[in-house]
Write a protein that binds this ligand. Structure first.
Ligand code: SF4
Length: 581
């Protein structure tokens, strides 16, 4: 069979640069950055209105990291470059292949980066991938040589003439960095940040709006980097040792769906006495198909689950009482991030208040709200494209297609312009009724501890013990600060007061002493943070530059021209910076 896949003439000798799009991100600019679309997953679409209580955190470009870890050619990875930093890289270093990963709202940045590459590196082959590749006419809109649709490791291996079926090496990286809450940036210490774990990509459930599922083949399809529980366990042991972690953020759209793999992992954890914690994404029916003993035994400590909306037509939610499911999970110490959609087909101005009330009634630890948005590549997009209901770009720029602002189509019942208020209303009501997510997750942690602290299985007892350790001091202090913050809000004050009393009752004298001391400090940092936010303060990640071994060897043989003070890093180098406006 003749392969139509392109192959680069230099093969494994080709010098590769992989880059994310340039920042800054949390500002309005001509390239498509938007203030309401910062490079922070939680603050962007989960704790958006929680002010100083919002969880701020950055996440690396994991797709690029996976590609870099799995190609043998010399490869440099640039994450979150400024425009100047990107230009400096392509001015001062020679590359044969430059890959850019992006989502569709960043099309303006990708166009600019392609243009710059043609100026400074006219001989380089440009490959563009990520969610932007789902746009049907992307090839005609940017000056790229190739569009990589779907999974990038195999694509690059084939392009470089490498065996595409070789084993997948997992990069060593923490799930997030620069974590900040109540005005305090949390230190990166061994053991307090989860490792990123990517067992598979895609989701065979294939919901009509799901761009991640669509990107990797859609309904019925997914790609497993690690097919068996044994393979996954081996990767996790390696991450545990190299990153000194006990928890794993499992970046797999529907991790528990691969039941055989998950249950084999449970067996191995049990046999090897691993008290690990897993943060997973899972659809509700799949989650419900496991016993609580299995979930707790697997260390499932946090779950991101689609609730979508009442009376929705999704099979994954059929016959599931999500309110009861969330409550049950929390009673076993499992924190829940529920995800609801604003603007489903049956949503109208008349029923919107009920829609929001229903979502809020789940009282999840975190709640994501997104507008029902047709993303290119998804069945929902195709439906609107055929119906002619997508808005033209002069009316709705692609840079705004991120699901936190407006519909990119004409909604059947909701007039354009009203949806942003509905979305903000949902975030606000969830915050006002259920309080800061920090308090909610503290309550769930506490329930887990109370239930499992005397569990006969030592492995399970140990996991809850190490997970709740900070509750005795830092979290209790945070609840003390939140109670003080809500002095003039009787209902919220009582909520915090009762939680604090429960913490005191559970952990005793030491916590009673520690909470006011830590709490006073956190109350002050919270006040300062609120003032900073009122001044329009934003938070940006610093650029990261990493080279694989082949690139470091190449550089050692022929040092490149560098800006003063600039150096290459073989390991993950994390940074962040602030920007005032
Ligand atoms: S279950 Fe979740 S991940 Fe899977 S297709 Fe549906 S929305 Fe996407």
């Amino acid at each position: 069979m003749i392969s139509s896949h392109p192959v680069h003439p230099r093969g494994l000798r080709a010098r590769v640069l992989l880059s994310s799009v340039f920042g800054p991100y949390a500002q309005n600019d001509e390239y498509g950055s938007r203030t309401i679309n910062p490079m922070e997953l939680y603050h962007n679409q989960v704790t958006r209105v929680q002010g100083g209580f919002s969880l701020r955190m950055f996440h690396r470009s994991f797709g690029l990291m996976m590609i870099q870890a799995n190609i043998e050619a010399p490869c440099t990875l640039l994450d979150f470059p400024s425009l100047d930093r990107f230009v400096s890289e392509i001015r001062n270093h020679s590359y044969d292949i430059i890959g850019i990963s992006a989502i569709l709202p960043n099309i303006g940045k990708v166009r600019e980066m392609c243009w710059l590459i043609r100026q400074y590196q006219p001989g380089a082959t440009i490959v563009v991938g990520g969610h932007i590749a789902g746009k049907e006419d992307i090839a005609g809109r940017i000056d790229a040589d190739y569009i990589c649709r779907g999974e990038g490791i195999r694509w690059f291996r084939r392009f470089l003439g490498q065996d595409e079926h070789g084993p997948t090496r997992h990069p060593r990286v923490h799930s997030g960095f620069g974590a900040r809450i109540l005005g305090v940036t949390l230190p990166m210490r061994p053991g307090n940040t989860a490792a990123m774990l990517i067992p598979s990509v895609g989701c065979p459930v294939g919901c009509n709006f799901c761009s991640t599922s669509a990107l990797f083949g859609g309904k019925g399809k997914s790609i497993h980097f690690y097919e068996t529980g044994d393979q996954l366990f081996e990767v996790m042991v390696g991450l545990e040792k190299d990153l000194e972690v006990k928890s794993f953020f499992v970046m797999d759209e529907n991790f528990l769906l691969h039941r055989q793999r998950a249950l084999r992992l449970l067996e191995l954890m049990e046999a090897n006495g691993k008290s690990w914690a897993l943060f997973v994404f899972s659809s509700a029916r799949v989650l419900q198909s496991y016993t609580m003993d299995e979930l707790v035994g697997l260390g499932v400590s946090w779950v991101w689950m689609g609730l979508e909306g009442e009376d929705n037509a999704y099979q994954k939610l059929k016959n599931v009482n999500t309110v009861a499911l969330v409550k049950n999970l929390q009673s076993h110490g499992i924190r829940v991030l529920g995800s609801s959609i604003i603007g489903l087909e049956n949503h109208t101005p008349e029923n919107m208040s009920r829609v929001i009330d229903y979502a809020v009634s789940h009282d999840t630890d975190f709640h994501q709200f997104m507008l029902y948005t047709p993303i290119p590549g998804t069945p929902l997009y195709e439906e609107h494209r055929k119906a002619g209901t997508l808005l033209p770009e002069d009316e709705f720029p692609l840079a705004d297609t991120h699901g936190q602002y407006r519909f990119n189509y004409r909604h059947r019942h909701i007039d354009g312009g009203r949806e942003e208020n509905y979305l903000l209303d949902a975030f606000r009501r969830d915050f006002e009724v259920n309080g800061p997510s920090l308090a909610r997750l503290t309550r769930t942690f506490l329930k887990g501890w109370q239930r499992y602290k005397d569990h006969p299985n030592r492995r399970i007892r140990d996991r809850f013990a190490w997970e709740v350790k900070p509750l005795r001091t830092v979290y209790a202090g945070a609840v003390w600060a939140m109670r003080k913050w809500y002095e003039k809000d009787r209902r919220m004050w009582e909520m915090m007061d009762s939680l604090l009393k429960e913490l005191y009752g559970t952990f005793g004298f030491f916590t009673r002493v520690a909470a006011p001391l830590t709490g006073l400090y956190l109350f002050r940092t919270l006040k300062s943070e609120e003032k900073r936010l009122a001044r329009g303060w934003t938070w940006e990640p610093d650029p990261v530059c990493e080279k694989n071994e082949a690139a470091l060897a190449l550089e050692a043989a022929a040092p490149a021209r560098r800006a003063p003070g600039e150096r290459s890093l073989p390991l993950t180098a994390l940074g962040y910076r602030t920007a005032s406006k």
